[in-house]
Write a protein that binds this ligand. Structure first.
Ligand SMILES: Nc1ncnc2c1ncn2[C@@H]1O[C@H](COP(=O)(O)OP(=O)(O)OP(=O)(O)O)[C@@H](O)[C@H]1O
Length: 263
């Protein structure tokens, strides 16, 4: 069964795109077939974090009816599949965000996990991205304004029938002035499933256009994101043992023989 998860935040700059990109790579490294869709067609930062800028066909073209979705899917770092948003203002004008749900339905035919990087806030395109997924991953920073904004996003998601998978608290410092996990859970009435520290390696990796989980896998932020990926996916993808595959083949053959014999 395909999982669709929108990564959203209340306000901009929480690290939502950084988390989406690295989570996608970490899940792909665990053997899952993951597609990240950058639904933030006004900002399009995902491609920069993954070092995939300047690709010829993007989500903008697909939403404008100028290209098919399969033309806008690229294989990125660590084997993660990526649909970049596109950066042209002309493309942005022509794109119809209402088409997003149809586009996602098509991608779901060929992936296990679909991660959607939603625009920050609650404008129409953000709400469309939240409504389009089954699950919501809410990214906040450990400060009250970020959490109250995140609460609005969570309430909208619940009204739209999108299940809250959990909260990721990003950019935690050791200054001791931040909100604690239990306080955040009490305000948001949701489980915190990821605690990502402030880590200079994140910015460094972004500057090199390489995901931190690949560039500095031992850095604190990378380790925390891999832990989050394991939590979300329940570990590495289980390989179907060869005998089971063989049995399945026999089953199909037996079925065909039965049909032919009936004739
Ligand atoms: N854990 C972290 N440690 C250090 N820097 C971080 C961390 N997470 C994100 N950043 C930095 O914060 C900045 C904002 O991150 P990012 O672009 O992912 O935010 P965003 O929420 O997607 O923003 P927007 O929604 O406005 O596009 C980037 O410079 C990124 O490198």
């Amino acid at each position: 069964m395909v999982r669709t998860i929108t990564v959203a935040s209340g306000k901009g700059g929480t690290g939502k795109t950084t988390i989406t990109a690295n989570l996608g790579v970490a899940l792909a490294q665990l053997g899952h077939d993951v597609t990240i869709v950058d639904a933030d067609i006004t900002m399009a930062n995902l491609e920069l974090i993954l070092g995939m800028e300047g690709l010829p066909v993007t989500l903008q073209n697909v939403l404008a009816g100028e290209a098919r979705i399969d033309e806008a899917i690229y294989v990125g770092p660590g084997g993660v599949k990526v649909v970049p948003a596109g950066v042209s203002l002309e493309g942005l004008r022509k794109a119809n965000p209402e088409k997003l749900e149809d586009v996602l339905t098509q991608i779901m035919e060929s992936t296990d996990i679909l991660l959607l990087d939603a625009p920050a806030g609650l404008e129409r395109s953000a709400v469309i991205a939240i409504a389009a997924a089954q699950e919501l991953l809410l990214v906040v920073n450990p400060e009250i304004s970020s959490i109250t904004d995140g609460l609005k996003t969570k309430i909208v998601a619940e009204r739209l029938g999108t299940k809250v998978l959990g909260v990721v608290v990003n950019r935690i410092t050791t200054l001791g002035i931040e909100m604690a996990k239990n306080e955040i859970e009490a305000i948001l009435e949701a489980k915190v499933i990821g605690l990502i520290p402030e880590d200079p390696e994140v910015r460094r990796a972004a500057a090199y256009g390489k995901p931190v989980v690949l560039r500095s896998p031992n850095s604190p932020a990378a380790r925390a994101i891999v832990e989050l990926a394991n939590y979300i996916a329940g570990g590495a993808k289980k390989k179907v043992p060869a005998e089971v595959k063989e049995k399945k083949k026999e089953g199909a053959l037996a079925k065909m023989l039965r049909i032919f014999r009936r004739r």
